[in-house]
Structure formats: structure tokens, C-alpha cells
Design a protein around this ligand. Structure first.
Ligand code: NDP
Length: 278
């Protein structure tokens, strides 16, 4: 029977540790403030933003909310981000993605000061990660590393295969696994013989964006499987990119959906907020 990696429990542990750090901060007269910017009222984005604000409240981080109408222009958003960059009372800036189509996300991300880039999406943050310098790291992949470490799963020397090469998950995931001395392979939609490559994995990280795509035919017996995907299945139940029921008796450890990687993303965002104030 597979070991079920409990992301909810681990994320709660991290949030409790952060809460202690914030208490110590406050005892020294310091505050931590995250500015959360949302443009438009996409329901999924509103849920994510709400969860982030709730986590801030739990940990003791102030959240400053900027809810802008969907007609907001790119220039107006740039001006707001620049103003937040200048404010000494704001430590971190989060612009919830996706943005309305008339706003160029890359330009907005590049406007955020790298010192306040708690999402870790700025090219300076990504570049720092790629050359092993300090900087903010994208929250989902850093959450995966925490899940592995806190589950006592060794990365060093392991064959690590990532399915997906997005800028926010696949690529930073590769750099982080490399930093932990894994042997890393990245697969994508043009990979030939995907099954042959994924079957080499001791640790398989799946961030493909296709519900229940990965079945046991893709996985070596006893491998560790991290499922980053989030979807609703045909019964409107949450599921991942991995067909959990098909693979669970075939693997040695697996993250469930929900309750695996998802809660870790917010915990690592909170960690980045605490780091932004130090
Ligand atoms: P993207 O759509 O940006 O990237 C998907 C990647 O999968 C691409 O690199 C694509 O390849 C690759 N891919 C698509 N089809 C195939 C295929 N048939 N074979 C091999 N590779 C393929 O997705 P994200 O990285 O943003 O997200 C991935 C999943 O993770 C989604 O389900 C998303 O909802 C979820 N997610 C969850 C988070 C959490 O907090 N738990 C946070 C972020 C994302 P190519 O580059 O060639 O197109």
C-alpha cells in the first residue's frame, strides 16, 4: 500500500512555524504586509485570492487588498505596481493571474520589484534560481520539494522525471530537483516515447494539465508520484493529472488531489512573504 503524502498536514505544520516567526517579528515591532492585486472577478481567482488572504490572517501577515475592475488598463496596473514597489510598508506584491487578455502578464510581472516578488515569477527570480543564487522561488515547485523533504524522501541521486515544462511549475521544478542533486529529465508534448521516459523515474512529478492522464503504464513499480494537476472530473470531483485509483497500489508514495500539492502552494507563498520582510 502506498504512503499517502499528506500535503494538508505538512502545509499546516509550515504555517504554524511561520506563525511563530511572525509573532517574534511583532515582538520586535516589525509587521509583514502582502499587497494582493486582483483585476476583474473571475470566480476561480476570487477563491484563490480569498484563500491567500485567509492564510495571511492565520499567520499574522497583513494583507492589503486591491480589487480592480476588469476594464483596468495595463498602464493603470503598471502604475499601481510601481506605487506598491515604492511603499516601505509593503513587503510582498502578488498580482493574481490570469489577467484580462488586454493586459500583458509578462510586462506586469517584470514591473514587480524582485525584492517583493513573492510569487517568484520575475525573470530576475527565475534567473537567480537557475544559477543557484538567492531569490524567490515559484511556490508550487518549492512546495513539492518541502513535501518530499518532510516525508523523508531522498532526492539526491534519484532519477527525477517531470512531465510539463511551464514557467511556473515544470522549469523551476527541474532547477529545484537539480539543486537537491537529483538526476533530472523534463518531458513535454513533443517528447517521444513518454512512457519509456516516465518509467525511468524514481520520483515522477506530473504537471501536464490533463485530468487522470498518467496511469500505471507510465510508472515504474514502487516510484514516488507527485501530482501537481487540479481538475474537476466528470462527477465534478477534484482530481489530478494522475489517475490516482489506477496507480495507488503500484507506487510507494503519492500525493492525493485534493490535499497534496495544492495546500503547499499557499504555505510556500506565506513563507516567501516572511522572507520578504527579513
Ligand atoms: P501548462 O498548461 O502551462 O503546461 C503543461 C505542460 O504539459 C506543458 O509543458 C506541455 O508541453 C505539457 N504537456 C501537455 N500535454 C502533454 C502530453 N500529452 N505529453 C507530455 N507533456 C504534455 O500547465 P501548468 O504547468 O501551469 O499546470 C499544470 C497542472 O498543474 C494544471 O492542471 C494546473 O491546474 C495545475 N497547477 C496546480 C497548482 C497547485 O497549486 N497545485 C499550481 C499551478 C498549476 P508543451 O510545453 O510542449 O506544450
Amino acid at each position: 500500500m502506498a504512503y499517502i503524502i499528506d500535503g494538508k498536514k505538512i502545509s499546516n505544520e509550515i504555517k504554524d512555524e511561520l506563525k511563530e516567526k511572525v509573532i517574534a517579528f511583532k515582538e520586535n515591532g516589525k509587521e509583514i504586509t502582502l499587497a494582493v492585486v486582483q483585476v476583474g472577478n473571475d470566480p476561480a481567482s476570487s477563491v484563490y485570492v480569498g484563500n491567500k488572504k485567509k492564510a495571511c490572517e492565520y499567520i499574522g501577515i497583513n494583507s492589503l487588498s486591491f480589487e480592480l475592475p476588469k476594464e483596468t488598463t495595463e498602464v493603470e496596473l503598471i502604475n499601481l505596481v510601481k506605487e506598491l514597489n515604492q511603499r516601505n510598508d509593503v513587503n510582498g506584491i502578488l498580482v493574481q493571474l490570469p489577467l484580462p487578455k488586454h493586459i500583458n502578464e509578462d510586462i506586469i510581472i517584470q514591473t514587480i520589484s524582485p525584492e517583493k516578488d513573492v510569487d517568484g515569477f520575475h525573470p530576475m527570480s527565475v534567473g537567480a534560481l537557475s544559477i543557484g543564487h538567492k531569490g524567490f522561488v515559484s511556490c508550487t515547485p518549492s512546495g513539492v520539494i518541502e513535501l518530499l523533504k518532510r516525508s523523508n524522501i531522498q532526492i539526491e541521486g534519484k532519477e527525477c522525471v517531470i512531465v510539463g515544462r511551464s514557467n511556473i511549475v515544470g522549469k523551476p521544478m527541474a532547477f529545484l530537483l537539480l539543486r537537491e542533486n537529483g538526476t533530472v529529465t523534463i518531458c513535454h508534448s513533443k517528447t517521444t516515447n513518454l512512457k519509456e521516459v516516465t518509467k525511468r523515474a524514481d520520483i515522477l512529478v506530473v504537471a501536464i494539465g490533463k485530468p487522470k492522464f498518467i496511469t500505471k503504464e507510465y510508472i515504474k513499480e514502487g516510484a514516488i508520484v507527485i501530482d501537481v494537476g487540479i481538475h474537476r472530473d466528470e462527477n465534478n470531483k477534484l482530481c489530478g493529472d494522475v489517475d490516482y485509483n489506477d496507480v495507488v497500489d503500484h507506487v510507494s508514495a503519492i500525493t492525493p488531489v485534493p490535499g497534496g500539492v495544492g495546500p503547499m502552494t499557499i504555505a510556500m507563498l506565506m513563507n516567501n512573504c516572511v522572507v520578504s520582510a527579513t
